[in-house]
Design a protein around this ligand. Structure first.
Ligand code: F6R
Length: 242
C-alpha cells in the first residue's frame, strides 16, 4: 500500500487527477471505475481542466460507476447519473455508450445487477478504481455487515450513510433507502485502486481501514489485501495513522 498525504486540497486533486489521466494515456482501452460524492468533485474538476488544455482524450476509455440510488429518476439532480454528467461526462469526450452507471430504476433490479456485472466482465478488468470512504468504512455502498457480497447487488443504505448524504437533499426523508452497488469482489479485482479521503471527520475510519483488523465490519479494511492500493489523504484525514 502506498499512502500519500497532502497539505492542500488542490495538490491532492492534481495528484489524483494525474493518476486517472496517466492510466488513460498509457492503457489502450482504459477501464475506469468511478465514484461520486463530495470527495471526487475537485478531482474531476482537475481532470476537466487538463482535458480543456488538450492533454488527454477519453475517446477510447470505458467507465463503470460504483453505485446509484434506487428509485430516484436518473435526471433527478442528486442521482449519480446527474452527478457524473454535471462533474465529468458533459465536459469530456468519453462517448456516452462507454459510460456505465447501474440503473436504479430498473424494473428488475437483480437482472440489472447481473447485466452490469456482465458488462464489466466483457470490458475486462477495471484498470483503475477510484474510491471514496464512508464514515462507517463503506466502499461503494458496501455497508458494514457479517458477510459482504461479491458482485453488483441491491443494498439497504445504513442510517449513517443516509444521514451523511442528507446534505445533498432538502431533508433526510428524501434520501433513498436503497442503492445498487458494485460488490467488494469486483472492486478488489481492479488492477489498481486509488482510495481518496479528505477531512478530520474521517481520520478515525482511515486508521481503522488501513491499520485496523481486516473485517467485514469495516469493508474498506479489505483493501489492505490489494496488491496495488494507492491512498491519497489530506493531512486531517491522515492525522490518526500510526
Ligand atoms: C460514491 C460512493 C461512496 C462515497 C462515500 C464517501 O460513489 O461509492 O462510497 O465514496 O460515501 O462520500 P463523500 O465523498 O461524499 O464523503
Amino acid at each position: 500500500m502506498n499512502i500519500l498525504t497532502f497539505d492542500s486540497d488542490s495538490k491532492l486533486n492534481e495528484a489524483a487527477a494525474g493518476i486517472i489521466i496517466g492510466t488513460v494515456q498509457t492503457t489502450p482501452r482504459a477501464v475506469l471505475g468511478l465514484a461520486t460524492g463530495g470527495t471526487p468533485v475537485g478531482i474531476y474538476k482537475e481532470v476537466v481542466r487538463e482535458y480543456d488544455r488538450g492533454m488527454i482524450s477519453f475517446r477510447n476509455a470505458i467507465s463503470f460507476n460504483l453505485d446509484e440510488y434506487v428509485n430516484i429518476p436518473s435526471d433527478h439532480p442528486e442521482s449519480y447519473h446527474s452527478y457524473m454528467n454535471q462533474h465529468l461526462f458533459s465536459h469530456i469526450d468519453l462517448p456516452a455508450a462507454q459510460c456505465h452507471i447501474p440503473d436504479g430504476n430498473a424494473a428488475d433490479p437483480d437482472a440489472e445487477c447481473r447485466r452490469f456485472d456482465a458488462l464489466i466482465e466483457q470490458a475486462g478488468q477495471i484498470d483503475l478504481q477510484l474510491l471514496g470512504l464512508g464514515h462507517n468504512g463503506h466502499i461503494g455502498f458496501n455497508e458494514p455487515a457479517h458477510a459482504l457480497i461479491r458482485g453488483t447487488h441491491v443494498v439497504e443504505l445504513a442510517e449513517e450513510t443516509r444521514e451523511a448524504n442528507a446534505r445533498f437533499f432538502d431533508s433526510i426523508d428524501e434520501v433513498p433507502k436503497q442503492a445498487l452497488t458494485m460488490g467488494v469482489g469486483t472492486i478488489l479485482k481492479a488492477k489498481k485502486i486509488m482510495l481518496v479521503v479528505k477531512g478530520a471527520d474521517k481520520a478515525d475510519i482511515v486508521a481503522r481501514a488501513l491499520q485496523g483488523p481486516i473485517t467485514t465490519d469495516c469493508p474498506a479494511s479489505l483493501l489492505q489485501t490489494h496488491p496495488h492500493l494507492i491512498v491519497l489523504l489530506d493531512a486531517p484525514a491522515a492525522s490518526k495513522l500510526k
